[in-house]
Design a protein around this ligand. Structure first.
Ligand SMILES: NC(=O)c1ccc[n+]([C@@H]2O[C@H](COP(=O)([O-])OP(=O)(O)OC[C@H]3O[C@@H](n4cnc5c(N)ncnc54)[C@H](OP(=O)(O)O)[C@@H]3O)[C@@H](O)[C@H]2O)c1
Length: 270
Protein backbone atom coordinates (compact mmCIF):
# COMPACT_ATOMS: atom_id res chain seq x y z
CA UNK A 1 0.00 0.00 0.00
CA UNK A 2 1.06 3.61 -0.40
CA UNK A 3 1.26 5.99 2.55
CA UNK A 4 -1.83 7.88 3.67
CA UNK A 5 -1.89 11.52 2.66
CA UNK A 6 -2.56 13.88 5.56
CA UNK A 7 -5.12 16.51 4.53
CA UNK A 8 -6.07 17.99 7.90
CA UNK A 9 -5.34 17.48 11.57
CA UNK A 10 -6.10 19.55 14.63
CA UNK A 11 -3.20 20.74 16.74
CA UNK A 12 -2.37 19.03 19.99
CA UNK A 13 -3.37 15.43 19.26
CA UNK A 14 -1.48 12.88 21.34
CA UNK A 15 1.52 11.29 19.64
CA UNK A 16 2.97 7.88 20.46
CA UNK A 17 6.58 6.94 19.81
CA UNK A 18 5.65 5.12 16.57
CA UNK A 19 8.05 2.79 14.76
CA UNK A 20 9.12 4.60 11.61
CA UNK A 21 7.34 2.16 9.29
CA UNK A 22 3.99 2.92 10.96
CA UNK A 23 4.55 6.69 10.91
CA UNK A 24 5.40 6.51 7.21
CA UNK A 25 2.37 4.41 6.30
CA UNK A 26 0.01 6.49 8.46
CA UNK A 27 1.31 9.73 7.00
CA UNK A 28 2.57 11.23 10.26
CA UNK A 29 2.09 10.97 13.97
CA UNK A 30 -0.56 8.98 15.77
CA UNK A 31 -1.54 8.61 19.40
CA UNK A 32 -4.40 8.24 21.83
CA UNK A 33 -4.98 9.72 25.28
CA UNK A 34 -6.14 6.94 27.61
CA UNK A 35 -8.49 6.24 29.21
CA UNK A 36 -10.75 6.17 26.19
CA UNK A 37 -13.26 4.20 24.15
CA UNK A 38 -12.54 4.51 20.45
CA UNK A 39 -14.54 2.92 17.65
CA UNK A 40 -13.50 1.93 14.17
CA UNK A 41 -15.80 1.53 11.16
CA UNK A 42 -15.66 1.49 7.40
CA UNK A 43 -18.76 2.63 5.54
CA UNK A 44 -19.79 3.20 1.96
CA UNK A 45 -20.43 6.65 0.60
CA UNK A 46 -24.14 6.13 1.30
CA UNK A 47 -23.54 5.12 4.91
CA UNK A 48 -23.79 1.32 4.77
CA UNK A 49 -21.46 -0.54 7.14
CA UNK A 50 -22.72 -4.10 6.71
CA UNK A 51 -24.49 -6.17 4.09
CA UNK A 52 -25.89 -8.88 6.31
CA UNK A 53 -26.25 -11.54 3.62
CA UNK A 54 -22.56 -11.41 2.71
CA UNK A 55 -19.93 -13.38 4.62
CA UNK A 56 -17.06 -10.95 3.89
CA UNK A 57 -19.10 -7.81 4.27
CA UNK A 58 -16.29 -5.58 5.62
CA UNK A 59 -14.11 -6.28 2.60
CA UNK A 60 -17.02 -5.54 0.27
CA UNK A 61 -17.89 -2.31 2.07
CA UNK A 62 -14.27 -1.15 2.08
CA UNK A 63 -13.71 -2.06 -1.58
CA UNK A 64 -11.01 -4.45 -0.35
CA UNK A 65 -8.89 -1.52 0.82
CA UNK A 66 -5.46 -2.55 2.10
CA UNK A 67 -5.11 0.88 3.66
CA UNK A 68 -8.26 0.36 5.68
CA UNK A 69 -6.79 -2.93 6.91
CA UNK A 70 -3.60 -1.10 7.89
CA UNK A 71 -5.52 1.52 9.91
CA UNK A 72 -7.51 -1.28 11.55
CA UNK A 73 -4.20 -2.93 12.48
CA UNK A 74 -2.76 0.31 13.87
CA UNK A 75 -5.86 0.89 16.03
CA UNK A 76 -5.71 -2.70 17.31
CA UNK A 77 -2.01 -2.33 18.02
CA UNK A 78 -2.80 0.41 20.55
CA UNK A 79 -5.70 -1.36 22.29
CA UNK A 80 -5.77 -3.02 25.70
CA UNK A 81 -9.00 -4.73 24.69
CA UNK A 82 -11.15 -5.07 21.57
CA UNK A 83 -14.89 -4.99 22.26
CA UNK A 84 -17.36 -6.77 19.96
CA UNK A 85 -21.05 -7.60 19.96
CA UNK A 86 -22.24 -11.11 19.19
CA UNK A 87 -23.46 -9.90 15.76
CA UNK A 88 -19.92 -9.04 14.71
CA UNK A 89 -18.51 -12.29 16.06
CA UNK A 90 -21.17 -14.19 14.09
CA UNK A 91 -20.53 -12.10 10.97
CA UNK A 92 -16.82 -13.05 10.91
CA UNK A 93 -16.71 -16.75 11.81
CA UNK A 94 -12.98 -17.18 11.06
CA UNK A 95 -11.58 -13.90 12.43
CA UNK A 96 -9.38 -13.09 15.35
CA UNK A 97 -9.11 -9.45 16.36
CA UNK A 98 -5.34 -8.88 16.36
CA UNK A 99 -3.30 -6.18 14.62
CA UNK A 100 -1.32 -8.79 12.74
CA UNK A 101 -4.45 -10.42 11.33
CA UNK A 102 -5.68 -7.08 10.01
CA UNK A 103 -2.47 -6.19 8.19
CA UNK A 104 0.18 -8.93 8.32
CA UNK A 105 2.78 -6.92 6.40
CA UNK A 106 3.29 -4.61 9.41
CA UNK A 107 3.15 -7.35 12.05
CA UNK A 108 6.67 -6.65 13.36
CA UNK A 109 6.08 -2.91 13.57
CA UNK A 110 2.75 -3.44 15.38
CA UNK A 111 4.50 -5.77 17.84
CA UNK A 112 7.22 -3.15 18.39
CA UNK A 113 4.59 -0.48 19.03
CA UNK A 114 2.79 -2.67 21.58
CA UNK A 115 6.08 -3.28 23.33
CA UNK A 116 6.88 0.48 23.39
CA UNK A 117 3.42 1.13 24.85
CA UNK A 118 3.98 -1.52 27.54
CA UNK A 119 1.12 -3.65 26.20
CA UNK A 120 1.02 -7.46 26.00
CA UNK A 121 1.57 -8.97 22.53
CA UNK A 122 -2.14 -9.05 21.70
CA UNK A 123 -5.18 -7.12 22.87
CA UNK A 124 -7.71 -8.94 25.03
CA UNK A 125 -11.11 -9.64 23.50
CA UNK A 126 -14.49 -8.85 25.09
CA UNK A 127 -17.80 -9.94 23.55
CA UNK A 128 -21.21 -8.53 24.49
CA UNK A 129 -24.17 -10.89 24.26
CA UNK A 130 -27.42 -10.63 26.16
CA UNK A 131 -28.73 -13.97 24.92
CA UNK A 132 -25.49 -15.92 25.41
CA UNK A 133 -25.92 -17.40 21.96
CA UNK A 134 -22.33 -17.78 20.75
CA UNK A 135 -20.57 -20.38 18.62
CA UNK A 136 -18.22 -22.14 21.07
CA UNK A 137 -15.98 -23.19 18.16
CA UNK A 138 -15.31 -19.61 17.02
CA UNK A 139 -11.48 -19.28 16.84
CA UNK A 140 -11.54 -15.94 18.66
CA UNK A 141 -13.28 -17.57 21.64
CA UNK A 142 -11.00 -20.58 21.59
CA UNK A 143 -8.01 -18.23 22.00
CA UNK A 144 -9.58 -16.73 25.12
CA UNK A 145 -12.05 -13.93 25.72
CA UNK A 146 -14.31 -12.41 28.30
CA UNK A 147 -18.02 -12.71 27.50
CA UNK A 148 -20.05 -9.90 29.05
CA UNK A 149 -23.64 -11.05 29.30
CA UNK A 150 -26.81 -11.13 31.39
CA UNK A 151 -27.75 -13.63 34.11
CA UNK A 152 -29.79 -15.60 31.53
CA UNK A 153 -26.96 -15.38 28.99
CA UNK A 154 -24.45 -16.67 31.56
CA UNK A 155 -26.77 -19.59 32.25
CA UNK A 156 -26.91 -20.40 28.55
CA UNK A 157 -23.09 -20.23 28.22
CA UNK A 158 -22.46 -22.45 31.22
CA UNK A 159 -20.28 -25.43 30.26
CA UNK A 160 -20.47 -24.65 26.53
CA UNK A 161 -17.48 -22.37 25.98
CA UNK A 162 -13.74 -23.08 25.96
CA UNK A 163 -12.00 -22.98 29.34
CA UNK A 164 -10.11 -19.87 28.16
CA UNK A 165 -13.42 -17.95 28.09
CA UNK A 166 -14.55 -16.10 31.19
CA UNK A 167 -18.30 -15.45 31.38
CA UNK A 168 -19.31 -12.39 33.39
CA UNK A 169 -22.97 -11.64 34.16
CA UNK A 170 -23.75 -7.91 34.17
CA UNK A 171 -26.97 -5.90 34.53
CA UNK A 172 -29.40 -5.95 31.59
CA UNK A 173 -32.08 -8.23 30.17
CA UNK A 174 -32.48 -7.85 26.40
CA UNK A 175 -29.16 -5.96 26.12
CA UNK A 176 -26.10 -5.81 28.35
CA UNK A 177 -25.86 -2.47 30.14
CA UNK A 178 -23.10 -0.74 28.14
CA UNK A 179 -22.00 1.38 31.11
CA UNK A 180 -21.56 -1.74 33.24
CA UNK A 181 -19.58 -3.38 30.43
CA UNK A 182 -17.17 -0.46 30.07
CA UNK A 183 -16.86 -0.11 33.86
CA UNK A 184 -16.00 -3.83 34.11
CA UNK A 185 -13.28 -3.52 31.45
CA UNK A 186 -11.83 -0.46 33.20
CA UNK A 187 -11.79 -2.33 36.51
CA UNK A 188 -9.76 -4.99 34.73
CA UNK A 189 -7.21 -2.29 33.96
CA UNK A 190 -8.16 -1.82 30.30
CA UNK A 191 -7.53 1.85 29.58
CA UNK A 192 -7.71 1.79 25.77
CA UNK A 193 -10.95 0.11 24.71
CA UNK A 194 -11.32 -0.32 20.95
CA UNK A 195 -14.88 -0.97 19.85
CA UNK A 196 -15.00 -3.04 16.68
CA UNK A 197 -18.60 -3.91 17.49
CA UNK A 198 -21.27 -3.45 14.88
CA UNK A 199 -23.82 -0.65 14.70
CA UNK A 200 -26.13 -2.05 17.41
CA UNK A 201 -23.52 -2.10 20.17
CA UNK A 202 -21.99 1.11 18.80
CA UNK A 203 -25.44 2.75 19.00
CA UNK A 204 -25.87 1.61 22.54
CA UNK A 205 -22.39 2.87 23.58
CA UNK A 206 -23.05 6.16 21.81
CA UNK A 207 -26.46 6.68 23.38
CA UNK A 208 -24.91 6.08 26.80
CA UNK A 209 -22.26 8.73 26.13
CA UNK A 210 -19.41 6.22 26.33
CA UNK A 211 -17.63 6.80 23.00
CA UNK A 212 -14.71 9.25 22.98
CA UNK A 213 -13.47 8.90 19.41
CA UNK A 214 -14.59 7.46 16.09
CA UNK A 215 -12.23 6.40 13.29
CA UNK A 216 -14.34 6.23 10.15
CA UNK A 217 -13.16 5.08 6.75
CA UNK A 218 -15.42 6.22 3.92
CA UNK A 219 -15.04 4.07 0.82
CA UNK A 220 -15.95 5.48 -2.57
CA UNK A 221 -18.67 2.85 -3.12
CA UNK A 222 -22.44 3.15 -3.15
CA UNK A 223 -24.23 0.18 -1.59
CA UNK A 224 -27.89 1.08 -2.05
CA UNK A 225 -30.76 -0.40 -0.02
CA UNK A 226 -34.07 -2.08 -0.76
CA UNK A 227 -35.49 -4.19 2.09
CA UNK A 228 -35.28 -2.78 5.63
CA UNK A 229 -32.76 -4.52 7.87
CA UNK A 230 -30.64 -6.13 5.17
CA UNK A 231 -28.04 -3.38 5.20
CA UNK A 232 -26.95 -1.67 8.37
CA UNK A 233 -26.09 1.99 8.82
CA UNK A 234 -23.43 3.26 11.22
CA UNK A 235 -25.88 3.50 14.15
CA UNK A 236 -28.73 1.01 14.63
CA UNK A 237 -31.22 0.54 17.44
CA UNK A 238 -31.02 4.12 18.74
CA UNK A 239 -32.46 7.42 17.49
CA UNK A 240 -30.39 10.48 18.29
CA UNK A 241 -31.79 13.28 16.10
CA UNK A 242 -33.63 15.52 16.37
CA UNK A 243 -33.60 15.60 20.16
CA UNK A 244 -30.18 14.24 21.07
CA UNK A 245 -27.75 16.10 18.86
CA UNK A 246 -24.08 15.57 19.63
CA UNK A 247 -22.02 17.16 16.88
CA UNK A 248 -18.73 15.34 16.41
CA UNK A 249 -15.47 17.32 16.30
CA UNK A 250 -13.34 16.67 13.25
CA UNK A 251 -9.85 15.74 14.47
CA UNK A 252 -8.20 14.50 11.30
CA UNK A 253 -8.62 13.69 7.62
CA UNK A 254 -6.37 11.41 5.63
CA UNK A 255 -6.75 10.11 2.11
CA UNK A 256 -5.72 7.14 0.03
CA UNK A 257 -6.88 7.85 -3.49
CA UNK A 258 -10.70 8.02 -3.17
CA UNK A 259 -10.88 6.52 0.34
CA UNK A 260 -11.16 8.99 3.21
CA UNK A 261 -9.92 8.24 6.73
CA UNK A 262 -11.72 10.47 9.21
CA UNK A 263 -11.05 10.87 12.92
CA UNK A 264 -13.73 12.43 15.11
CA UNK A 265 -14.03 13.36 18.76
CA UNK A 266 -17.48 12.30 20.03
CA UNK A 267 -19.47 13.98 22.78
CA UNK A 268 -22.33 12.58 24.83
CA UNK A 269 -25.73 13.06 23.16
CA UNK A 270 -27.79 15.68 24.98
N1 LIG B 1 -18.10 -1.85 8.46
C1 LIG B 1 -17.56 -1.98 9.64
O1 LIG B 1 -16.60 -1.28 9.96
C2 LIG B 1 -18.12 -2.96 10.64
C3 LIG B 1 -17.68 -2.94 11.97
C4 LIG B 1 -18.22 -3.87 12.86
C5 LIG B 1 -19.17 -4.77 12.43
N2 LIG B 1 -19.56 -4.77 11.15
C6 LIG B 1 -20.57 -5.73 10.65
O2 LIG B 1 -21.80 -5.47 11.32
C7 LIG B 1 -22.56 -6.67 11.34
C8 LIG B 1 -23.06 -6.94 12.73
O3 LIG B 1 -23.78 -5.83 13.19
P1 LIG B 1 -24.52 -5.86 14.60
O4 LIG B 1 -24.98 -4.49 14.88
O5 LIG B 1 -25.49 -6.99 14.63
O6 LIG B 1 -23.31 -6.30 15.56
P2 LIG B 1 -22.90 -5.95 17.05
O7 LIG B 1 -23.34 -4.60 17.46
O8 LIG B 1 -21.46 -6.27 17.17
O9 LIG B 1 -23.73 -7.06 17.87
C9 LIG B 1 -25.08 -6.85 18.16
C10 LIG B 1 -25.54 -7.89 19.19
O10 LIG B 1 -24.87 -7.70 20.42
C11 LIG B 1 -25.72 -8.15 21.49
N3 LIG B 1 -25.78 -7.09 22.50
C12 LIG B 1 -25.52 -7.27 23.82
N4 LIG B 1 -25.61 -6.11 24.48
C13 LIG B 1 -25.94 -5.17 23.58
C14 LIG B 1 -26.16 -3.79 23.69
N5 LIG B 1 -26.04 -3.11 24.85
N6 LIG B 1 -26.50 -3.12 22.59
C15 LIG B 1 -26.60 -3.75 21.41
N7 LIG B 1 -26.40 -5.08 21.24
C16 LIG B 1 -26.05 -5.79 22.33
C17 LIG B 1 -27.06 -8.49 20.84
O11 LIG B 1 -27.09 -9.90 20.57
P3 LIG B 1 -27.49 -11.06 21.60
O12 LIG B 1 -28.68 -11.72 21.02
O13 LIG B 1 -26.30 -11.97 21.58
O14 LIG B 1 -27.76 -10.45 22.89
C18 LIG B 1 -27.01 -7.78 19.51
O15 LIG B 1 -27.79 -8.40 18.52
C19 LIG B 1 -21.64 -7.78 10.87
O16 LIG B 1 -21.94 -8.08 9.52
C20 LIG B 1 -20.26 -7.16 10.97
O17 LIG B 1 -19.33 -7.72 10.08
C21 LIG B 1 -19.07 -3.88 10.24
Amino acid sequence: MSSLELLYEVDGLPAFDLPEELATLYGGRFGLAPPLVYANFVETLDGVVAIRSEPRTNRIVSGNSETDRFVMGLLRACADVVLLGSGTLRGSPASVWTAERAYPAAADAFAELRSRLGLPPEPALAVLTASGSLDPAHPALERGAVVLTTEQGAERCRGRLASAVEVVPLPGETAVDPGAAVAFLRERGHRTILSEAGPHVFGSLLAAGLVDELFLTVSPLLAGRSEPGGRLGLVEGEELLPGRAAPARLLGVRRDDAHLFLRYGISSPA
